[in-house]
Design a protein around this ligand. Structure first.
Ligand SMILES: [Zn+2]
Length: 313
């Protein structure tokens, strides 16, 4: 094959250009084992694009399919936990997602055995608010985005990943108001099994992430958090230089950690509890514009550090 000098020159320029472009893309790619706020934010954006993730809707099913697809892409095995529960709006169907990592095959996973397992949880549904297209970028979106990016990072270290179960709860939000029978549908159902499990088969601990992406994010777990889990969270934050963003709420909080604690699994709610009184909570202002990649990255990095330390203990 013959090519003129000019064509050859052009080809070289293309090769150099694409070479540089490919290298710089590779350079941007998050490093192995490193949490990327950019990636987490991308997941939040995808979830928000599906529209309100109301239990039983097509949008929440699309969100579920997206979560499953990403988890499988990162090497996790997923199962759906479907159930019906009575709500103020009558009987409704909810679906939790569970994911575990195995180097062998999905068939080898004993989903009933929680020994040595840490639970990392997020709800992915959004609240039904009359007259508002409530997208829950922070409420339901941010924590789910962080969990998906953690799934990618954990998979780089199979020894860590196989000690983690990721749980995505449906129906965290109350249809009307939180009562013992309205709200926390997914976590109440999920915790039921562990409640009756023998102590040595229960998961070691659970971390529930909620409201972790606001631009003014600050993590204040509930007042009645298990003290060991709280001090481990602070120490992980300290070691990364983010201790000042982690405090404590002056009250208990109703969230998905409650049924887990009641089932005998020490559970920590990693939540920006002040967000609830800042005016954006459960309003149309909880949109993608209110989310900061940097804060998703801080929470992701701290939770990653926390779980790595806990697993090695
Ligand atoms: Zn909410």
């Amino acid at each position: 094959m013959q090519i003129s000098y000019k064509k050859f020159h052009t080809l070289i320029s293309f090769a150099v250009f694409f070479g540089i472009t490919a290298t710089s893309f590779l350079g941007c790619k998050p490093k192995k084992g490193q949490f990327s706020g950019e990636n987490a934010h991308q997941h939040v954006q995808e979830l928000v694009n599906f529209g309100p993730r109301i239990p039983g809707s097509q949008a929440i099913e699309n969100a579920r399919l997206y979560i499953e697809e990403k988890l499988q892409e990162f090497g996790w095995f997923t199962v759906r936990q479907s159930f019906n529960d009575d709500t103020p709006n009558g009987s409704m169907k909810f679906i939790n997602l569970r994911a575990r990592f195995s180097m062998v095959t999905g068939n080898g996973i004993d989903w009933k055995d929680g020994e040595e397992i840490l639970l990392l949880c997020s709800h992915y549904d959004t609240k039904i608010i009359k007259g508002v297209e409530f997208l829950g970028a922070n409420d339901g979106g941010s924590s789910t985005g962080v969990l998906l990016e953690l799934a990618r990072v954990f998979a780089d270290d199979p020894e860590i990943a196989r000690r983690v179960e990721l749980v995505f709860f449906d129906g965290e939000e109350a249809l009307v108001d939180f009562t013992s029978t309205d709200g926390l549908y997914g976590s109440r159902h999920y915790a039921k099994f562990w409640r009756s499990a023998p102590i040595n088969k229960k998961p070691r601990a659970a971390y529930v992430l909620d409201l972790v992406g606001d631009k003014q994010m600050r993590i204040d777990p509930p007042y009645d958090s298990p003290s060991m889990l709280l001090s481990e969270l602070y120490s992980a934050a300290q070691s990364l230089g983010y201790r000042s963003l982690f405090g404590i709420s002056s009250t208990p909080i109703t969230d998905d950690h409650v049924p887990l604690n009641a089932a005998g699994i020490p559970a920590l709610d990693v939540i920006d509890s002040r967000y609830i009184s800042k005016g954006k909570w459960h309003t149309s202002r909880d949109d993608l514009n209110s989310i900061a990649k940097e804060n998703l990255e801080i929470v992701g990095a701290v939770v990653l550090e926390l779980m790595k330390k806990k697993i090695k203990k």
